[in-house]
Design a binder for this molecule. Structure first.
Ligand code: SF4
Length: 291
C-alpha cells in the first residue's frame, strides 16, 4: 500500500514561476533565469530541453533576451541593470518573498537597523538584503546564537527568510528585544515549508509505515529538512532524485508492505507520479495491495 503525504511537491511560489517559464517558452525560443529556477535537476533538464537558459549572473544575459526572475527573487540593483540594458524582465518573485523584500526596503527607509534571519549564502536572503536601503545598516544572522552578537540600535527590525522555523524567529526576537529601544518583528515565514514538514510528521505518526520514499533534488534544502524530520521520527527513509535511483534501490522495498511518499517543495508532480507508479508496480509484483 502507498500512502501520500498530505502536502507534497511544488509550493505555490515555485509552481507559479515554473508555469510562467513554460508559458513564456511557448512564445520565446529562449528564456533566461539567473541561477537555477528550481532545485530539481529533472525539472531543470525538462525546461532546458524547451529552451531555458541558466546564467550565473546578469552580465551573462545577452542583449534582447527574455529574463524571468525566479521565485527566490533578486537584489534591486540586478533588476535595475537588466532593465537599463533593455532586457525584457518578467518578475516571478514569490509574493511571500516579495513581502519580505518590501518590509526590508520600507523599514530600512524608516531608519530601522535591519536584521535578516536566514542563510546568508541563500539567493533569497541576498535578494532581500538587496532591497535594504542602506546595507551598512543591516546584517544577516543564522540563529539565536548570532542574534546575541548584534549590537544595540535604537530601532531594529527583524525579518525572516521565508523558510525559517517559527521557534527560531521567536528565539531571535527574544534576544533582540534586549538590544533595541524599539523592535519590529516581521513574521515573513511562508506556511508551505511548515505544511510539508507537518505533513511528513503526520504521515509517519498516523500510519504504521514500513518506510518512506522521499522524492527531491539532493541539493534541495527543504527536501533535506524533510529527510531530517523523517529520520528523527525513526522511519526507514529512501531519498531518491529520479526514477532511475528508485529502480537502483529496488532491494529497499523488499518486505515493505506500507510505504509512504513525501516530496520537497521543488519536486514536480510528474516526477512524483512516475515514481509512485514504479513503487506500485514493485508492490504489485510482491502481491501486495495497491492503494
Ligand atoms: S516556499 Fe513559500 S516563499 Fe518560498 S517560493 Fe514556495 S511559496 Fe514562496
Amino acid at each position: 500500500m502507498i500512502i501520500m503525504a498530505e502536502h507534497a511537491g511544488f509550493c505555490f511560489g515555485v509552481k507559479r514561476a515554473v508555469d510562467a517559464i513554460s508559458e513564456s517558452l511557448k512564445d520565446n525560443p529562449e528564456v533566461w533565469t539567473i541561477g537555477l529556477p528550481i532545485h530539481n535537476p529533472q525539472e531543470v533538464s525538462r525546461l532546458e530541453s524547451l529552451g531555458l537558459r541558466v546564467a550565473q549572473n546578469d552580465s551573462e544575459i545577452p542583449e534582447g533576451a527574455k529574463v524571468l526572475i525566479r521565485a527566490h527573487g533578486e537584489p534591486l540593483d540586478v533588476i535595475d541593470r537588466l532593465i537599463k540594458r533593455g532586457i525584457d524582465v518578467e518578475d516571478m518573485t514569490c509574493p511571500f518573498v516579495k513581502k519580505a523584500q518590501e518590509k526590508a526596503s520600507s523599514l530600512s527607509q524608516e531608519g530601522y537597523y535591519v536584521v535578516l534571519l536566514g542563510d546568508k549564502n541563500h539567493p533569497e536572503i541576498k535578494g532581500i538584503m538587496g532591497h535594504v536601503d542602506n546595507p551598512e545598516n543591516a546584517e544577516v544572522i543564522a540563529d539565536e546564537k548570532e542574534a546575541s552578537g548584534v549590537q544595540f540600535h535604537a530601532k531594529t527590525a527583524l525579518i525572516s527568510q521565508t523558510t525559517q522555523r517559527e521557534e527560531r524567529l521567536e528565539k531571535a526576537a527574544a534576544i533582540l528585544v534586549g538590544k533595541s529601544s524599539e523592535l519590529r518583528v516581521c513574521n515573513t515565514i511562508c506556511k508551505a515549508t511548515a505544511q510539508r514538514q507537518e505533513a511528513v510528521r503526520n504521515l509517519v505518526r498516523q500510519n504504521n509505515l514500513d518506510g518512506v520514499v522521499l522524492i527531491g533534488g539532493k541539493s534541495s534544502a527543504n527536501t533535506s529538512k524533510l529527510r531530517d524530520i523523517l529520520q528523527a521520527e525513526g522511519v526507514d527513509v529512501l531519498w531518491v532524485e529520479d526514477e532511475n535511483e528508485t529502480l537502483e534501490n529496488q532491494h529497499w522495498f523488499n518486505g515493505k508492505i506500507i510505504v509512504g511518499i513525501a516530496a520537497g517543495a521543488s519536486t514536480p508532480e510528474w516526477l512524483i507520479h512516475k515514481i509512485k507508479n514504479i513503487i506500485a508496480a514493485k508492490q504489485d509484483l510482491q502481491g501486495v495491495l495497491i492503494h
